[in-house]
Ligand binder design. Structure first.
Ligand SMILES: Nc1ncnc2c1ncn2[C@@H]1O[C@H](COP(=O)(O)OP(=O)(O)O)[C@@H](O)[C@H]1O
Ligand SMILES: [Mg+2]
Length: 223
């Protein structure tokens, strides 16, 4: 299988207020088309690890590879460009721009990437919304949608640049069980039928059990 994401002996320390070894020798590998969940008790280091995997935190020891390219030591600007092109994000709170239409929200990362014309981006954003069953909501302001619908818009937005990997920190953390199940089915379909690689932090046991692989952490280590 093609390796999309890999860490070798990642260690991280926080220094404030006290010296704290938060991640210890983290070596993981995620392949193309895998739906992986990252689980563990609150405070074990999941978000800290995801922040490193997403290239947003550069302050760690060890190596991080994305698409077989070493990310460690790259500059902030280089990483921002790589991130915009290769990683889609879905958070617990969707962070949609509430006063913008769903369509516009989905278009924004592609407009920022600047590889397609605005017309092409609009057509693509519409397609993504359609895939997620939201075609009829495209022109509504995000604020008019339910929480579950908004999270699907956030997934459409994460998909707009055809990312190598989607990363989610508690992507269903704010959803009821029905909408959690819908989001899970979307992720599973993307992974198994479109080869989309997905890594999601979750505390939802059912969601994790149904994923392809569970990476479990305890006290900053993989167990
Ligand atoms: N910026 C920070 N400075 C110091 N300690 C932090 C910081 N961010 C998180 N921590 C600590 O690191 C540990 C791991 O946090 P986190 O990765 O958010 O855990 P999780 O997402 O698994 O709940 C916790 O003990 C938390 O208090
Ligand atoms: Mg967390």
């Amino acid at each position: 299988m093609k390796s999309i994401l890999k860490t070798q002996l990642v260690n991280k320390f926080f220094h404030d207020p006290n010296e704290f070894h938060v991640l210890k020798d983290i070596s993981i590998e995620v392949d193309k088309g895998e739906l992986v969940t990252l689980v563990g008790k609150s405070g074990c280091g999941k978000s800290t690890l995801l922040y490193i995997l997403s290239t947003m935190d550069r302050d760690y020891k060890g190596d991080l590879y994305l698409d077989n390219e070493l990310m460690t030591h790259k500059s902030i600007d280089e990483l921002a460009a790589i991130r915009n092109e290769k990683i889609g994000f879905v958070f617990q709170f969707h962070y949609l721009l509430q006063e913008f239409s769903c369509l516009k929200n989905v278009m924004i990362p592609a407009l920022r990437l600047g590889k397609l014309s605005p017309q092409e981006i609009e057509a693509k954003a519409y397609e993504r919304l359609k895939t997620l069953g939201l075609a009829d909501q495209a022109l509504k302001n995000a604020s008019k949608l339910s929480g579950g619908q908004q999270q699907r818009v956030a997934i459409a937005r994460a998909l707009i640049n055809d990312p190598l990997i989607i990363m989610g920190d508690e992507p269903t953390g704010n959803l009821d069980s029905k909408n959690t199940a819908i989001v899970f089915e979307i992720f599973k379909d993307l992974a198994h039928n479109a080869g989309q690689t997905i890594i999601a932090v979750t505390h939802d046991e059912d969601f994790a059990q149904k994923s392809d692989r569970i990476i479990e952490m305890k006290d900053g280590m993989i167990i």
